[in-house]
Design a protein around this ligand. Structure first.
Ligand SMILES: CC(=O)SCCNC(=O)CCNC(=O)[C@H](O)C(C)(C)COP(=O)(O)OP(=O)(O)OC[C@H]1O[C@@H](n2cnc3c(N)ncnc32)[C@H](O)[C@@H]1OP(=O)(O)O
Length: 447
């Protein structure tokens, strides 16, 4: 009997949520008088949420906020580190959250990934290896369950390379002088209408589910996060600042959604700012119509948007490209936990054989593989035994698991990594063509 991919994913989701904590990390922490534990009861979860809020410079949560979080975070596993000698031992001094979801890879397949979030360590306990124990432990647990990837978005760029995560999905942040920009893009025939935040909240999950399997680098938005976008959480601050808009095509189908907020400029009213929180478009018409709408807003002098593709088509829809200040930022980090499964899943940019020698500082998935790509971009992976020579005609590539992750989604050229001294190969041009992809990856939100 074959297992449907969705069934396999949901089995992994359940097993990861309840898996015991990693024994090696528990031992390491115990040697320093600390306890590693799964967070299970409501009281434990509330205390854990307070520690996470403090770690991310947020305010203490009140009862209403704790209830809202409790209701919206059942999808994820929470782990805490406890110090029994602290005056308040029930408050964790370290935290991590993780859930198995799926990530779109080149060619349109999706692959299970351990999404990691909420990594914090109390300032009273930092720089003693607590974060390392938490992250390594969760990676080992996921790898043992057969999850092939891990991924995260980061507060600081320099934290996760040491665990084998690579910045696979760079994105762009935009500041657009909308008066100067000038629209030269299409003028689609559908209609744009304001809708309530509640309607946005209702329509957005299904629209994102239609869009994200086509966008390399995307993962599903966790259900609880839609309320944050829409401002429909009962505890949302200034929820009314969010304005929602939909694009409907000529057949009456909603193909695009936008949520944005405005900041008044008190000294020069027509120079106020609009910030796009999310623009979801199912097709080029919806994309063009919603951007045209934002750039034409009255009383707005600057439009801001972030988490856009590095190859965002908007650049080619405005007459004056210098009206847009565009900054590239590292955003979605990927960690390969199973090189063979990861390489088999994606499609490739060019045919040929790569003989890959991958080192993994954590010892989870290092080794040697032959990747044989056919004319349609499909790859077959087999082990390349130690000591065996590379097959005639193969391009050899030596790199770390971090660098393989950086190149894995086709967003960063292997030739660039070679030029940066981060990988070596017998043929940079061929290796880059094979691992390359025709569309830049993107992740449109933070998690
Ligand atoms: C996916 C996410 O959740 S991203 C969010 C990350 N968390 C935050 O930004 C919240 C605020 N910061 C913190 O809570 C903590 O400082 C953490 C979680 C970043 C680090 O926790 P610590 O327990 O101090 O980390 P730990 O002692 O395990 O250090 C692990 C390694 O990271 C390094 N490191 C830790 N913090 C930093 C930092 N801010 N900058 C650079 N390196 C750092 C350490 O030097 C150590 O290096 P090594 O093991 O390679 O020698």
């Amino acid at each position: 009997m074959t297992t449907h991919p969705a069934d396999a994913l949901s089995a992994l989701v359940t097993r990861q949520r309840t898996a015991p904590v990693d024994e090696e990390s528990a031992r390491r922490l115990a040697a320093n008088g600390l306890e590693l534990s799964l967070v299970t009861t409501d009281d434990e979860r509330d205390a854990w949420v307070q520690s996470v809020a403090r770690g991310f410079l947020d305010t203490e949560r009140d009862a209403g906020q704790l209830a809202a979080v409790r209701e919206r975070s059942t999808y994820r596993r929470a782990v805490g580190v406890y110090d029994p000698s602290a005056p308040e031992p029930a408050a964790p001094v370290g935290s991590v959250a993780g859930w198995v979801t799926d990530l779109t890879v080149p060619g349109g397949a999706t692959l299970p990934t351990l999404a990691v979030s909420a990594v914090t360590v109390a300032a009273t306990h930092h720089r003693r290896g607590i974060a390392r124990a938490l992250v390594e432990g969760e990676l080992r647990t996921a790898a043992a369950l057969g999850v092939p990837l891990a991924s995260l978005t980061v507060s600081e760029s320099q934290l996760y390379g040491r665990y084998g995560f690579g910045a696979a999905v760079p994105v762009t942040s935009w500041r657009i002088d909308n008066r100067r920009a000038g629209w030269i893009g299409p003028e689609p025939g559908g209609r744009v209408d304001f809708v309530s935040r509640e309607r946005f909240r209702e329509l957005a999950p299904a629209l994102h589910e239609r869009v994200r399997p086509r966008v390399v680098g995307e993962v599903p938005v966790p259900a609880g996060q839609w309320d944050s976008f829409a401002g429909t959480r009962p505890d949302a601050k200034e929820a009314g600042k969010n304005r929602a808009v939909q694009y409907t095509d000529a057949a009456g189908e909603v193909r695009g959604l936008l949520v944005y907020g405005v900041e008044e400029n008190p000294v020069d009213y027509p120079r106020s700012t609009a910030t796009v929180s999310l623009l979801l478009a199912e097709n080029p018409d919806a994309h063009a119509a919603l951007w045209r709408f934002v750039l034409g807003l009255d009383l707005i002098g600057e439009v801001r948007a972030s988490e856009l593709s590095v190859d965002e088509p908007l650049r080619w829809m405005i007459a004056d490209q210098r009206a847009a200040h565009v900054e590239v930022v590292d955003h979605h980090y990927v960690r390969i936990l199973d090189v063979s499964a990861a390489l088999e899943a994606r499609r490739y940019g060019a045919p040929g054989v790569l003989a890959l020698d991958v080192t993994d500082p954590l010892g989870i998935t290092g080794g040697r593989w032959l990747l044989d790509v056919d004319d349609d971009g499909r790859g077959v992976v087999e082990a390349w035994p130690d000591g065996a020579a590379a097959p005639a005609g193969a391009t050899t590539v030596e790199l770390g698991v971090t660098e393989l992750a950086i190149a894995y989604l086709g967003g960063v050229s292997l030739a660039t990594l070679v030029a940066a001294g981060r990988a070596t190969t017998s043929d940079p041009a061929h290796a880059a063509r094979v691992l390359g992809w025709h569309e830049a990856p993107r992740l449109s939100f933070w998690y």
